[in-house]
Write a protein that binds this ligand. Structure first.
Ligand code: CTP
Ligand code: MG
Length: 221
């Protein structure tokens, strides 16, 4: 499940950042390609803005992305877009939610997430913080937090489908807003496992990220 219905405000391109190209290919396609090439991935559901649907359909065609099963209507918040994807799915198995804006995800991380979600129900990708982290209130340091215990959370986030569905439906009912899917599962008291990912699984968010993205692609080539 791939939320792609954002507007890319922080990128400041004036249009959806997912259409920006890296080495001649839209960011969205770079991301979808990872799953297109992954034999474990049986299908993709993408949340899009209605006004961008046609453009995206054309893109899928042009870049031979064949595994997309549905393009659903995204919402005003990322969580709504993900809920849209969830509602369009009626099977079982392991479901991954992955930001369309993270094109550099490694297949190995995906495999580990799937394995862990199978065994434990829910697992999310992340990395340990590289920097010293401090808790600050009113501009003053309250404490230095143990860096070993602090993780920077990414996507994919992987779930047994029933768990994700229950958590999302409960959140909607309660009017609860989470910034990721894990939060929705955590609040049900269910365990969510951490899978150590890589520092290059960056989200293309601001202009600097594009520079980093170009360098990463060149290095991988
Ligand atoms: N997303 C979505 N629906 C929304 C908001 C975001 O599907 N209402 C998607 C984005 O397209 C992106 C992912 O969620 O793939 C992560 O969001 P983010 O990086 O914040 O992208 P944008 O919301 O587009 O960017 P910004 O916050 O800078 O406007
Ligand atoms: Mg956003």
């Amino acid at each position: 499940m791939i939320p792609a219905a954002g507007s890319g405000q922080r990128m400041g391109a004036g249009y959806n950042k997912l259409f920006l190209e890296l080495e001649g290919k839209p960011i969205l396609i770079h991301t979808l390609d990872v799953f297109e090439q992954d034999p474990n991935c049986v299908g993709m559901i993408i949340a899009v803005k209605e006004v961008e649907r046609l453009q995206i359909v054309e893109m899928l065609e042009r870049f031979s992305i064949t595994k997309v099963q549905a393009l659903v209507e995204g919402g005003s918040e990322r969580q709504y877009s993900v809920v849209s994807c969830i509602s369009a799915y009626d099977s079982e198995g392991i479901v991954l939610v992955h930001d369309a804006a993270r094109p550099f995800i490694h297949r190995q991380t995906i495999n580990e997430l799937v394995k862990s979600a199978n065994a434990n129900g829910a697992a999310v990708a992340g990395v340990k913080s590289k920097d010293t982290m401090k808790l600050v209130a009113n501009g003053t340091i309250k404490e230095t937090v143990d860096r070993e215990k602090l993780w920077v959370i990414q996507t994919p986030q992987a779930f047994r489908y029933e768990i994700l569905k229950d958590a999302a439906m409960k959140a909607q009912l309660d009017g609860f807003f989470g910034t990721d899917e894990s939060m929705l599962v955590e609040r049900l008291g269910l365990p969510v496992k951490m899978v150590e990912s890589t520092y290059d699984n960056v989200k293309m968010t601001t202009q600097e990220d594009l520079v980093f993205g170009e360098i990463l692609l060149r290095r991988r080539r």
